[in-house]
Design a protein around this ligand. Structure first.
Ligand SMILES: [Zn+2]
Length: 287
């Protein structure tokens, strides 16, 4: 080790070995965490806090529990003083973020996100240069994502949206979808599909469906895509991810090709979660 610090060439190989060792030990730790039993009270708490918990299969629940264990072990979730149950708040945030990873089989867990900060309530945020029509200046945001910065979330909205799919949105899914978009080094509305063909397909389909969603909204037709998704392609991807998990039947009916690509991206189909829920089947807008 001493020699390595004296020689730039050997130093580089020592750095390389350090990175390899770091990745190896991290993966080994994650495999241990994902494989061992989680605290006995977690399932009951998650069932209380996450609307989709009861709809997941046994294996999906096991995987989500393991991912939550990794998430809470590696990341700091800062809870505001006014939150009544800080542990439940951390569990809720981890359970919503890791929903995006349930369809995979590896131990990836939002590696570059180290900190999540919960605000008690929505916070003031400056809008970008090209706001959607009718919105200018500042707005109160429920969440914020920036590369290599803590994710900021409004706990009041996290709690409500994680408990009720009828709201049709989820700020945790939204902000962590931005991070997935960012995995290729840019937040551009182009998520990292595993093949060039799918990347091209996504560009064509998402731009076309963005235009269709904008036309629909301009004509006053209700849409599963929230108006904020029409800010730009970046927000369109994040808002589409919210619709994919919170109203998958609606998204599949309204933007079928977009739904199919998100299903390929996340390797999961959330539609059966709703089919098994008789209350959801009774909703007048259920298609
Ligand atoms: Zn956003």
């Amino acid at each position: 080790m001493t020699e390595a610090t004296e020689s730039p060439r050997t130093g580089r190989s020592t750095d390389y070995l350090a990175i390899v060792f770091h990745l190896w030990s991290r993966n080994a730790r994650r495999k241990r965490l994902i494989g061992r039993p989680t605290p006995a009270h977690w399932p009951e708490r998650l069932a209380d806090r996450l609307w989709y918990w009861d709809h997941l299969s046994e294996s999906q629940r096991r995987r989500l529990l393991g991912l939550i264990a990794i998430f809470l072990h590696e990341k700091e979730v800062v809870v505001p003083k006014g939150a009544r149950d800080p542990d439940a708040a951390r569990l809720t945030v981890a359970g919503a973020a890791c929903l995006l990873l349930v369809g995979f089989t590896d131990t990836y867990c939002f590696d570059r996100i180290r900190t999540v900060i919960l605000n008690l309530r929505p916070f003031r945020q400056r809008l970008p240069d090209s706001p959607i029509e009718g919105l200018f200046g500042d707005l109160f945001a429920s969440g914020a994502y920036s590369t290599n910065m803590p994710v900021v979330l409004a706990w009041k909205d996290v709690r409500a949206e994680c408990a009720d799919p009828g709201l049709g949105r989820n700020v945790v899914i939204h902000e962590f979808a931005h991070h997935i978009d960012d995995l290729d080094g840019a937040v551009a509305g182009d998520p990292p599909f595993p093949s060039k063909a799918l990347i091209e397909q996504w560009r064509t389909v998402s731009h076309r469906e963005y235009d269709r969603a904008a036309e629909r909204r301009a004509a006053g037709v209700p849409s599963v895509i929230d108006a904020y998704g029409l800010t730009d392609y970046v927000e369109f991807f994040a808002v589409s991810c919210e619709a994919f998990y919170c109203d998958p039947v609606g998204l599949a009916n309204e933007h079928g090709d977009l739904f199919d690509l998100l299903r390929a991206l996340f390797r999961i189909d959330p539609r059966p979660w709703f089919a098994r829920d008789p209350m959801v089947d009774l909703r007048p807008d259920n298609r």
